[in-house]
Design a protein around this ligand. Structure first.
Ligand code: C5P
Length: 231
């Protein structure tokens, strides 16, 4: 990474994991720590970029020189991203966005019942789809070349299908410019300080593999490829 190579570039980054409210005290969430997104924000700022970070439920210090906006849910994140996308040259969607949210929000705390005839009664939670923020950005961009859009894919693999195959499929489906594919599982990636990724390019040119390395080094590798795509 050349020092200052990002000077003048405007970079919008999402980080963390959304929380989908169920009632005033409960939510559906995920295990994203926000570390990779925060490392991207820190490295982009250190390389000279103007950085806006949309952060969902992360308990990490705000990186120096980074403008932060906090959100909770996927719908709030979508609104924040839409407000800033026109400003950005590069959008990096590192956040783990919930695919589903509770279909109804209970204004009061959901309580257990005390019915002797049915002591095991439990509520059903219906879910509905959240918007795919990333796919929406790609669609709204249309034929324009700005902003360059980077997606993330956290994959566990499937029987007979590698993480890379699933990543290539996701890249085609989402239509973004770069897709950062990482393997997740009980002990992999989420909350860890090291990461191993395959960065795939939407234009068919060769991407690159990075890691195992610190999330700062992974961030630099992603930024190195992104600046090539932007140039
Ligand atoms: O489809 P999947 O959730 O694996 O895609 C991951 C990528 O899509 C990430 O970049 C994530 O930030 C983004 N995403 C999104 N909106 C969603 C779900 C995922 O922008 N509802």
């Amino acid at each position: 990474a050349a020092p200052g190579d990002y000077t003048g570039w405007r970079v919008l980054i999402t980080a963390g994991g959304t929380r989908e409210p169920l009632d005033p005290v409960r939510f559906l969430g995920n295990r994203s720590s926000g570390k990779q997104g925060y490392a991207l924000a820190a490295r982009a700022a250190a390389r000279g970029a103007l950085v806006r970070l949309i952060s969902a439920n992360v308990s990490l210090p705000t990186p120096e020189g980074v403008e932060i906006e906090r959100v909770e849910s996927a719908l709030e994140m979508q609104q924040a991203v839409r407000e800033d996308v026109g400003w950005a040259d590069l959008v990096i969607m590192a956040a783990a966005v919930a695919d589903f949210r509770p279909a109804a929000y209970a204004e009061n705390k959901i309580k257990k019942t005390h019915d002797a005839a049915d002591p095991e009664a439990a509520p059903m939670i219906a879910l509905e789809r959240n918007p795919d923020i990333l796919a929406g950005l790609v669609a709204d961009r249309g034929e324009a070349t700005k902003p360059v859009i980077v997606g993330f894919a956290a994959e566990t693999g499937e029987p007979g299908r590698s993480v890379l195959e699933l990543g290539a499929e996701k890249l085609a489906r989402k239509g973004c410019d770069l897709l950062v594919v990482n393997e997740v599982g009980a002990e992999k990636t989420f909350g860890q300080d090291e990461n191993t990724v395959h960065i795939l390019r939407g234009d068919g040119q060769p991407g690159l593999d990075a890691g195992p390395a610190s999330k700062d080094e992974i961030a630099d590798a992603i930024l190195n490829l992104a600046i090539k795509v932007m140039a």
